[in-house]
Design a protein around this ligand. Structure first.
Ligand code: B1M
Length: 210
């Protein structure tokens, strides 16, 4: 049977054919989608992150690894969504303006769907007014903001201000996350909650939804 390490290795090697094949084999053998995500895909991308940091991998290789991860995610996404017993509410999620990183945000979105929430993913490089508009359109009770750059973290504060300034969205809860963030930082910008990873994001959403 295909092993999680094989899947992580396929992600690291940027082999999207293999990552799809192994994921499909794991699914066919009855492995749960959350295990595939947490034990194969996330560890694979963690190695990619560490190698990039150590200059052992360069941007094109990282993008190819991300493509291999997305290929596997396409297979498990419907399973994660189906595993939520009933839809518990809507959450708008996006990466703030100036920031193009979406791998972590996509994982959080998938885990939230897996947790039974309807997720409206507004993408990357999202201006504040777009978040406000999407909350109004969807009636979301929670907005999730992601940022991976120290230069885009402060943009989260602008989004929170825009949400609180509009009478229709002022009581919407805001959760934030992304590698450079801390609980302290989240508190300092007035966010309602901070989650360090995709699994804790689901627990936090549950808490914020009441
Ligand atoms: Co970029 N990049 N990058 N990059 N990149 C980082 C973030 C960096 C740390 C690399 C480094 O220098 N060591 C660095 C930031 C430094 C800093 O600000 N302090 C950096 C840089 C500098 C840049 C550029 C400026 C590089 C350049 O062009 N000179 C540029 C910026 C572009 C832009 O955004 N405007 C850039 C570009 C890119 C790529 C396009 C090549 C690619 C992104 C591809 C994509 O996302 N589609 C990329 C990547 C892949 C990375 C690294 C290698 C990996 C990020 C990742 O996907 N991690 C990253 C280095 C690293 O992390 N070690 C790096 C895996 C992912 C699963 O983790 O996103 O942390 P993460 O998500 C986690 C948690 O943070 C949390 O849950 C997730 C799952 O557990 N989480 C949330 C995330 N969002 C959340 C939201 C929540 C809750 C939890 O609630 C709503």
């Amino acid at each position: 049977m295909a092993k999680y390490q094989d899947l992580a290795d396929a992600i690291i090697a940027g082999d999207n054919v293999k990552s799809k094949e192994i994921t499909q084999k794991l699914v066919d053998s009855g492995v749960n989608a959350i295990e595939i995500l947490n034990d194969g895909l996330v560890p694979g991308m963690e190695v990619v992150g560490a190698k990039f940091k150590a200059n052992e991998m360069y941007i094109p290789e990282v993008l190819i690894a991300a493509r291999a991860m997305h290929a596997a995610m396409d297979i498990i996404k419907p399973m994660l969504s189906e595993s939520g017993a009933e839809m518990k509410g809507t959450i708008v999620i996006g990466t703030v303006q100036g920031d193009l990183h979406d791998i972590g945000k996509n994982l959080v979105g998938m885990m939230l769907e897996g947790g039974g929430y309807t997720v409206v993913d507004v993408g990357v490089d999202v201006p504040s007014d777009k978040f406000v508009e999407e909350v109004k359109k969807s009636g979301a009770k929670v907005v999730g903001l992601s940022a991976l750059l120290t230069t885009t973290m402060p943009v989260m504060k602008d989004v929170i201000s825009a949400i609180r300034a509009d009478a229709a969205t002022k009581s919407t809860m805001v959760m934030v996350g992304g590698a450079p963030l801390t609980q302290e930082y989240a508190d300092s910008i007035g966010a309602n909650g901070y989650a360090p990873d995709a699994s804790s994001a689901v627990d936090l959403a549950k808490k914020l939804m009441g």
